[in-house]
Unconditional design. Structure first.
Length: 644
């Protein structure tokens, strides 16, 4: 582990125990918590309450203070919304979490609503299905939600949908206020600089580019609430959110100066002085909303409606003109510079070396030692922690054996996990899915591999090979700059569709640079996109088609890829030729063998085998200098070329 200074060791590996107050879920029944909320509903005259998985910054991984949905329901998945009325409660989540939710909600008094489309109509329909609500109220019924943690765009949709049904939306109160004893406070970890050589672009240059984008839109001020945008533009990092090296804060950017709102004590005097030199004044976190309210009349504020809360928008004075557009920083940080791409390639080599060392150890231990899903998380995390520049994991490791691998966001716990081997032999045969990643000073990694424990069956080989064909097919694709996600998504699904199969999640998500492992605006999925999600040079995206057999096995093969410009666009055209335009291709960044023992060679074409052999040759060339002994021997074995 690199020497980082005191701030980096405030939390070892930044890994907390399983989600907020998990032990307390046993000692304080969910029913009692729901009753406390229902009492508050009655006192306030609300007919129902909505508790989202969100915070004032619309984060994916939440500080403990805003994990109220977990505390109230017991469902620990990272995505879901709780709705509570006087008599009923329901948890809304998508297909990634259905099996997990069914298990965690059993006996809680909270029903599972399986989302397979837009969320807002489902919320409204559930309210309308509670037939007693409107009549019992005697007046226009209301749904309460904390507007300070609800996104502007979604809240407006919800408000409009409710109004059409003669409901009103109440957003002025914190729904959980007064009912959550010992609610956690704000995180206290210090803020630190992402420094040279990794932060090759000075924050002064980033601010200058941002101000040019503001001026182009006619804005005098810009509000940044999303933590990855804030960290990126200021070249700052923190440890306030598990797995993401960000800190809680807001920024108000003017054309000449900027204000950073962060909890007192998190920015030391030396860093404050360096920020001041760049025209950035540091203020207490709780003064952010007041600063927004104090914007001068006739100023023009740029906000991103997808990256700001309803409560913040409501604080903007009536005399301020508002421009709604994507944060300029969101687009800028998605397009990695050449210097950043070089550091990311180096981080991928370190990450690949750690995985080879781990997998060599795992294969030697199978049938000779106690190995479980928990062991895999422990061993793999330890190997990564030994690599130069390592900071933390980038998300909780998913190690799912057989049926557990069919849960896309499964996480083993001491109370519930699968054994894999003992000193006396294998506990069972099957497929082991490992989805893991890490944060390095020079990049963020995310990789999924599937390994056979024992001899894979013909059905497992067929499923594995079809998923692999999707990964390879999209990885090899060349496409015009500006291509939207659904067009690419279909390419990864085509081999599965041919056999009447599919998977319920997207094919790929954007990835940050020592930032969030899930980063927008780009993605590869069926979802209807907007122009900001179009593929551009420098974007890093995952490619991870999958197939899940409930209660049997799961398969997902994931690499990260970098959008690179093709020169020339096609072999018979000059660069930038008007008849073809600019084309992009994917450079595969992830470096780790793809297991070939699970492949049904009869399903692969010669060109697909050639691609896989070429990938493995590159993996061997790049990782061999970093490995010795058993790990190097394992790498050589697992990258042996296939013969058509």
């Amino acid at each position: 582990m690199a020497t980082w200074g005191p701030v980096f060791f405030l939390r070892a590996d930044w890994r907390r125990p399983p989600p907020v107050n998990a032990p307390d879920l046993v000692s304080s029944p969910i029913a009692a918590r729901l009753q406390a909320l229902r009492t508050r509903l009655a006192d306030k005259g609300w007919q129902a309450a909505l508790i989202p998985s969100s915070d004032p910054h619309l984060s994916e991984y939440l500080p403990e203070r805003w994990q109220g949905r977990v505390w109230l329901s017991g469902f620990t998945g990272s995505s879901g919304t709780l709705m509570v009325s006087g008599k009923q409660a329901a948890l809304f989540t998508d297909s990634r979490y259905w099996e997990q939710a069914e298990a965690e909600l059993a006996g809680s008094g909270v029903d599972l609503v399986k989302l397979d489309g837009p969320a807002v109509p489902a919320y409204v329909q559930w309210l309308l299905d509670q037939g007693e609500l409107a009549t019992a109220a005697g007046h226009q019924p209301s749904l309460a939600v904390d507007g300070t943690v609800m996104g502007l765009a979604q809240t407006q949709m919800l408000s409009d949908a409710l109004a059409a049904r003669q409901w009103q939306l109440h957003t002025a109160d914190d729904v959980l206020d007064g009912i959550w004893p010992d609610r956690p406070g704000l995180p206290t970890a210090a803020v630190f600089e992402h420094a040279l050589p990794y932060a090759a672009t000075p924050r002064s240059d980033k601010l200058s580019s941002l101000r040019k984008a503001m001026a182009d839109k006619g804005a005098t001020h810009h509000w940044i609430a999303t933590l990855d945008d804030l960290a990126w533009v200021l070249n700052l990092r923190g440890a306030d959110v598990d797995y993401n090296p960000v800190f809680l804060g807001h920024a108000l950017i003017g054309l000449d100066a900027a204000q950073l709102f962060v909890a007192q004590g998190k920015v030391d005097a030396a860093l404050q002085a360096r920020l001041q030199a760049d025209g950035i004044a540091v203020h207490p976190y709780e003064q952010a909303v007041d600063a927004l309210k104090a914007l001068p009349v006739n100023s023009t504020l740029l906000i991103d409606p997808k990256r700001i809360t309803w409560g913040l928008r409501e604080a903007v004075p009536a005399g301020v003109k508002v421009i709604e557009a994507i944060n300029p920083t969101t687009l800028a940080k998605s397009r990695k510079t050449e210097a950043e791409a070089d550091f990311i390639r180096e981080a991928m080599e370190r990450d690949g070396a750690a995985m080879c060392t781990f997998y060599a150890r795992l294969e030697q231990a199978l049938g000779r030692e106690h190995v479980s899903e928990l062991t895999i998380d422990e061993w793999l995390s330890a190997e990564r922690a030994r690599q130069p520049g390592y900071v933390s994991l980038s998300f909780p490791t998913i190690a799912g054996f057989n049926a557990n691998g069919a849960l896309p966001h499964y996480r083993a716990t001491p109370e519930s996990h699968a054994p894999i081997s003992t000193p006396q032999g294998l506990c069972a045969e099957g497929l082991l899915l490992i989805d893991s990643g890490a944060q390095y000073l020079g990049g963020t990694t995310d990789i999924t591999r599937v390994w056979p424990i024992g001899t894979p069956s013909a059905a497992q080989k067929r499923d594995y090979t079809l998923v692999l064909k999707g990964t390879m097919g999209l990885s090899r694709m060349r496409f015009p700059r500006g291509t939207l996600g659904p067009m690419l998504d279909a390419i990864a699904r085509a081999p599965l569709w041919e056999h009447g199969m599919d998977f319920g999640h997207g094919t790929g998500h954007g990835v940050g640079y020592f930032l969030n492992v899930h980063e927008g605006p780009q993605s590869i999925s069926k979802a209807l996109p907007d122009a900001n999600m179009a593929m551009q040079p420098g974007m890093i995206t995952s490619i991870e088609p999958a197939l899940y057999r409930p209660r049997q096995w799961g398969i997902r093969i994931e690499n990260l890829v970098l959008n690179v410009t093709m020169t020339p666009a096609v072999p018979d055209a000059a660069p930038g030729s008007p008849e073809h335009g600019e084309y992009l291709a994917f450079e595969t960044l992830t470096l780790c063998p793809i297991d070939t023992r699970c492949i049904d060679l009869s399903l692969l074409r010669d060109d697909e085998i050639a691609w896989l052999n070429g990938y493995h040759a590159e993996v061997r060339k790049r990782l061999s200098p970093l490995l010795t002994g058993d790990a190097l021997a394992w790498l050589i074995t697992r990258t042996a070329p296939l013969t058509p």
